[in-house]
Structure formats: structure tokens, C-alpha cells
Write a protein that binds this ligand. Structure first.
Ligand code: ZN
Length: 172
């Protein structure tokens, strides 16, 4: 397992800087995301739900938002989605929407957020974040601060149960 993703803190953004070796990682040199074992069912950060056309989907282990998933482009190192051919981009989006459909069916979120950022690890990956009614959502009406996705851990039993259900939904 590579070092966990780090999305900075809620401190003053001006106090932050880009991660160490960010330029190398952009270019695909020692990219932490490329270092994952994509044949594994569990990459430490999350449980694999599906091997798609060009990406793998994971139910993420960190954070407090149930159903938080990450879809990682696995065909090669890609920093910006603009580096993809139109066929590759379409396949990446098909893979991502398949996970979106499963999350909608399983969790019935109020809204599903799709974030492609790459400010911590510049390798194309989507964050899929189910959003819920105000009393069950950490930041209703706006973007979710990444601390809610990075800090803490999901309940492991619930995570395993959800992963099993989502895997079977995505297998059909
Ligand atoms: Zn990479």
C-alpha cells in the first residue's frame, strides 16, 4: 500500500504548498497512484468494486461519508483527462457512471457529486460522493470539505457489506 492520499487541511489555503515531487508525479515518475496493485481486491485505501474498461472502482475506507467511492484510471498514467483519446475518455466516463448508477440504487442519495481534482496525487481519478438530506450531510448546499473524506475511517463491517452488495450490482 502506498502512502495514503492527502488533500491538505482546512487551514488557510495560502499556507499550503503543492505536494513534494508534484512535477514528477504529474509526469508519471514514481506516481503514488500508479504504485497500487490493481489486481488486489483490497488496496488498503479501499475495496475494489469493479474492474471497468479503463479504470477500477473502489469503495473508499477513509472518511465519514458512507458510499464514498474512487474510480481510478488504470490503463496507464494520465494526469489530465485531456490526455485521453475520445474513446478512452468515453470509456472512463462509462465506467464512472456505472458506479454512479449502483450508488444511486443502493444509497438513494439526495445528490451524487463527481470530483476530478488531482491536487494531491495528479493521476486521473473520480471521487464519487453521495450527498444527503441536511441533517445527514456534513456540508449541505455546497462542496464537501475533504477533511470529511480523508479523516477517520468507515465502519469496517458496514464497508464490507456495502462492497459485497455493490459488487454484485456492478457485476450484472
Ligand atoms: Zn499515475
Amino acid at each position: 500500500m502506498a502512502s495514503p492520499p492527502h488533500h491538505g487541511s482546512d487551514d488557510d489555503p495560502k499556507d499550503r504548498t503543492w505536494p513534494a515531487r508534484f512535477a514528477d508525479h504529474l509526469a508519471g515518475t514514481d506516481c503514488p497512484m500508479c504504485a497500487n496493485d490493481y489486481t488486489a481486491q483490497d488496496i488498503g485505501w479501499g475495496l475494489r468494486l469493479r474492474v471497468g474498461e479503463v479504470s477500477n472502482a473502489y469503495l473508499w475506507r477513509s472518511g465519514e461519508v458512507r458510499g464514498y467511492c474512487v474510480v481510478i484510471y488504470t490503463a496507464r498514467h494520465v494526469a489530465e483527462p485531456t490526455e485521453l483519446s475520445t474513446d478512452e475518455a468515453a470509456a472512463f466516463w462509462r465506467d464512472t457512471l456505472a458506479v454512479g448508477h449502483a450508488l444511486e440504487s443502493h444509497y438513494h442519495p439526495l445528490k451524487l457529486n463527481y470530483l476530478l481534482l488531482g491536487n494531491a496525487i495528479p493521476h486521473s481519478h473520480w471521487h464519487l460522493v453521495p450527498r444527503r438530506e441536511a441533517q445527514h450531510d456534513p456540508a449541505p448546499g455546497g462542496p464537501i470539505p475533504f477533511t470529511h473524506l480523508d479523516h477517520g475511517k468507515q465502519d469496517e463491517e458496514q464497508l464490507q457489506r456495502d462492497a459485497a452488495t455493490l459488487r454484485s450490482m456492478l457485476a450484472t
